[in-house]
Design a protein around this ligand. Structure first.
Ligand SMILES: NC(=O)C[C@H](N)C(=O)O
Length: 330
């Protein structure tokens, strides 16, 4: 990929003024909650084809940075099975199967759970959590990413205690992959919930980067995209939103904490959405609505994904409402 970094001098966060209504929760026929935010669709070349709100605003991509981190790990020579490759880009549910896969990744490079730099956490999957004595690093949604970074350190002889420092070769590799794919210069470094560096990116840059990954232009991005499509359970969890979206629509769907959602159609367009209040409730709905209104996914498939994964609005245990697409997306 040709690297032409766009130097940004106007990096600014998303605000209410830069947002539109993405979703509304209706309870018993009366609007109860509204989620505002911004979104952008780019074509396979990264050109903007549709946007709502301020798509030049920057956001922390959070776990939507994982495909770039996974590519950096792979390019550094840390090779895994296809399912393990998916786990390096996952915000996984932490089920027994996810934890076993993460443990196998660690053991393959002579690491142990305590080597992981991510904090101990309970799994997203509550049923699994009920079987555990307490939080552990393996169950943390980012454990596969961290196992991948540790493996890259082992392959290259890099220091393993400091792999989350921004000056560490692992993070410098991540930074250059992010710049290569998003065409933006990384000018700010934050710390993600898992302890890894995270870089503010414009919504447009994030979507462009995702379109680049799913373009499958080189062996590594092709391997990553194909592995996610073949093993969608590993990136999220059975019945969960990203997994169901990938299974039903064959798009690479990736959530980020604080209301970020990115989806890429292999060889085609990509969409990035940020829900301003950080809620995950509207992410899949808004991203799919943007793809649908551009004719990039079909209404039936969208309806199926939302029926299977959308939040239920219950009263006394029975459905009394729904979350619908907001006025800014119609
Ligand atoms: N799902 C996420 O975005 C998790 C994020 N990487 C964190 O550590 O908080």
């Amino acid at each position: 990929m040709t690297v032409s970094h766009e130097v940004r001098t106007d990096r600014h966060p998303l605000t209410a003024d830069g947002s539109v209504e993405l979703a509304v929760l209706d309870r018993s026929g009366f609007d109860e909650s509204r989620h505002i935010g911004a979104g952008v669709v780019v074509d396979s070349a990264g050109a903007v084809v549709d946007s709502v709100g301020d798509a030049t605003a920057s956001i922390y991509p959070r776990s939507t940075m994982k495909p770039f981190q996974a590519l950096a790990v792979r390019r550094a020579g840390a090779l895994f099975s296809d399912e393990e490759l998916v786990l390096t880009t996952a915000s996984h549910a932490g089920t027994a199967a996810h934890q076993a896969l993460a443990l196998h990744m660690l053991e393959s490079f002579d690491h142990v759970e305590a080597d992981l730099g991510c904090p101990p956490d309970m799994p997203f999957d509550r049923a699994t959590g009920r079987t555990m004595d307490g939080p552990r690093r393996l169950a943390m949604n980012c454990s596969g990413k961290h196992a991948g970074m540790l493996a890259a350190c082992r392959v290259n002889g890099w220091d393993e205690a400091t792999y989350l420092d921004i000056e560490h070769p692992m993070q410098q590799r991540v930074r250059s992959v992010v710049e290569e794919y998003t065409h933006e210069t990384v000018d700010l470094v934050g710390t993600d919930g898992c302890g890894a560096p995270v870089f503010p990116l414009t919504l447009t840059g994030l979507a462009r980067g995702f379109a680049g990954v799913v373009a499958r232009a080189d062996d590594d991005s092709a391997a990553l995209t194909d592995a996610v499509l073949a093993h969608p359970w590993a990136i999220d969890g059975v019945g969960r939103a990203n997994t169901v979206t990938i299974e039903r629509l064959q798009v690479l769907a990736k959530l980020g904490a604080e209301g970020v959602m990115v989806m890429g159609l292999p060889g085609g367009a990509a969409v990035a959405v940020k829900v301003l209040d950080g809620s995950q409730r509207a992410g899949t709905l808004a991203a799919l609505a943007l793809l649908q209104r551009n004719g990039l996914v079909g209404a039936d498939g969208v309806a199926e994904v939302l029926a299977a994964t959308g939040e239920q609005v219950l009263g006394g245990g029975v459905p009394v409402g729904a979350v619908r697409v907001g006025s800014g997306l119609r």
